[in-house]
Write a protein that binds this ligand. Sequence first.
Ligand SMILES: [Zn+2]
Length: 430
Amino acid sequence: MKINRENLTRKNISFQSQKNSTISNLINKDRMVDHFIKIARIDTGSNPELVGIKSPTTKGQIDLAQALSTELKELGLENVEIDAYGILTATLPSNIDESPTVAFISHLDTSPDVKTSNVNPIIHNYTSGNIKLNDNQTITEEELEEYKGHQIITSEGTTLLGADDKAGISEIIEALRVFCENPQLKRPTIKIAFTPDEECGGGIEYFNIKKFNADVAYTVDGTTPETIDTETFNAFNPTIIIKGVPTHCGYGYKKMLNSIDIASELIGMLPKDESPSTTKDKEGYYHVDSISGNVEETKINMLVRDFDYDKAKERVKFIRTKIDELKKKYPEANFEMEANEAYKNIKNYMSLNPKVIDNAKKGIQKSGLEVKENSVRGGTDGSFLTINGLLCPNIGAGGLNFHTQKEFISAESMKKCCENIINIAQSWVE
Ligand SMILES: [Zn+2]
């Protein structure tokens, strides 16, 4: 992730200006960091091959859920429960007469893109320069520009760290501790949920929104503390099956219709400047995710993404138009396409209750930060919840370089994210 120097300087100032904040003084940073390091050591890498077959997909996630469940019970939370799918939920009741129910959600699993076992977190008291983890992995001074004087937590460079999203879990738990230790702080009813298999698109589909019964929710699964993800892609995952006409290769003259060739032709018709590698920021794309087949039949799995719903639908229509052209060219071939809508941009739903974003912004500002609204070039667990009736934007958990051996998080950022959680919860009872 490229860091904008101008913003960083501004952020440094706001970090320091918060030293006297009361909430900030109530947060026990060392306790939170110790907690994070403890849970980072548990291997909770999820397994994409078992999504839809088993939830959670790996045993480590249950081990973590059970450890957290014990901790939450000791803390005095109510209705601490791990359901049949490995989703851990709990409630901290409000201490005022009437209050909304505000939820904070993180995921138990870590990305299987990088080794997730034998994670050994290291704390670096960072002053300047690069942090060399090993001969292959170095976090550069540029990436660390913002973090001079911070405690930087990394792995040894051979595994994932897992701040995505265990930092979110530790920040939520520290926030709960602060509320429990300080009953003078007004709070709404706070619900928490730790869900499995986010990294491979599982888990959340089993979430019982009705039973959870929260008014609003925030996933704590974003990047830096000042960011709030208020927008996601609209997503279609089209599948295309092309059937050709197979013959003996030696006698295929003017007879054989190779479905692989037709599939290649279709892929060649997609605009090259609208792919994941040629688009950024608010631009949408077409992506061929996988292709498999033989002369007789070829299957293409695609991803179509756009922040604008109509444009996403237009992209799907564009693929259909190209298929129609190929149908005319190869009347003996057979084409099937399914659009497979996957998720929608959460932005349009947020207008149903503008307080969800407003109160998040208020909370982040109260932590002394300048809010940065961000558009996620993907979906979040919050997309699923939002579309199904529980409005759920995503707030920062503090980590950077997600899904790599160079993943890192600053302890000071974690503290800010925890402060945000407390301030956002409180902004619902002010
Ligand atoms: Zn995550």
